[in-house]
Ligand binder design. Structure first.
Ligand SMILES: [Zn+2]
Length: 274
């Protein structure tokens, strides 16, 4: 569940990939370019000259297994001449270390790609040496990677857990509820608000469970457990279904895969009710 188990050493210095030894994490639409997928094989740095990009499009973000890790987001509308396979970053979750490292790279690549210009004066911004930041050479505005906090919570009533199915074509998974934190809101208040908005229910005994980066593109999921305190389920337009499930009934629906924190919350519920 936590990315700290890997042997990845984050890097903060700026470093050119010209003449470097290492690998390139190249992203496009939440996908990563691989030379082959089983096991996943990343692009060699030496391939960069065959990519339709400039050295300044790439950034260094750490060391893994003795290799320098560079990342970049493929500009929209650009065709690759190198033959690669595109895979959803999320689909790497069975490769634990690679999943979290590719996730960190994706978070940073998406941020650099969408923050190339100063938000105050419009001048192209530059990567800052030795910290995760971009700075405007004209007005000096410094910006840091955007991290979007979101709460995710199990709501338990006796031996049942509340699961909902979001309204999205192709998504069949039933999961615990989640939602983005609003400015000026505490995490606990967000838990109570999201549960009430999405289902009409009230909760109590909101307790911190754990957290997990979810870099698609930039969420930090903060997990909570809560108990049902009252109300009847009334769906809003975010959910097409919601209901109470016992441990035995969980097998009747598709639930989130590991290593998501949603699954960890469900596993915790199962452990406490089996
Ligand atoms: Zn500026």
């Amino acid at each position: 569940m936590h990315p700290t188990d890997s042997h990845f050493i984050p890097g903060y210095q700026t470093r050119s990939l010209e003449n470097a030894q290492g690998v390139v994490f190249l992203y496009h639409k939440q996908q990563i370019a691989l030379l082959s997928s089983d096991p996943p094989r990343l692009l060699e740095v030496t391939l960069w000259e065959q990519l339709p990009m400039q050295p300044s499009d790439f950034f260094y973000f750490g060391e893994w297994q003795g290799q320098a890790c560079f990342a970049a987001h493929l500009p929209h509308g650009v065709e690759l001449e190198v033959e690669v396979e595109w895979h959803r970053v999320r689909a790497l979750y069975s490769y634990q270390d690679l999943f979290w490292i590719a996730g960190r790279g994706h978070h940073l690549a998406h941020w650099h790609y969408t923050h190339k210009f100063c938000g105050r004066c419009g001048t192209p911004s530059q990567i800052v040496e030795s910290e995760l930041a971009r700075k405007c050479p004209n007005c000096g505005l410094t910006v840091y990677p955007r991290i979007s906090p979101a709460v995710i919570m199990s709501v338990v009533k006796g031996n049942q857990i509340l699961l909902g199915k979001i309204v999205r074509p192709g998504i069949q998974i039933y999961s615990v509820l989640a939602g983005f934190v609003e400015p000026g809101e505490s995490l606990e208040a967000c838990v109570a608000r999201e549960v009430h908005e999405e289902t009409g229910l009230h909760v109590k005994n909101i307790r911190y469970f754990g957290s997990q980066p979810w870099p698609f593109p930039d969420q930090l999921m903060v997990g909570f457990t809560a108990e049902y305190a009252g109300g009847e389920i009334v769906l809003d337009d975010e959910l097409e279904d919601a209901g109470w499930y016992t441990v035995d009934e969980l097998s009747s629906v598709a639930i989130p895969p590991k290593p998501s924190i949603a699954r960890a919350l469900l596993d915790e519920f199962v452990a406490q009710n089996s």
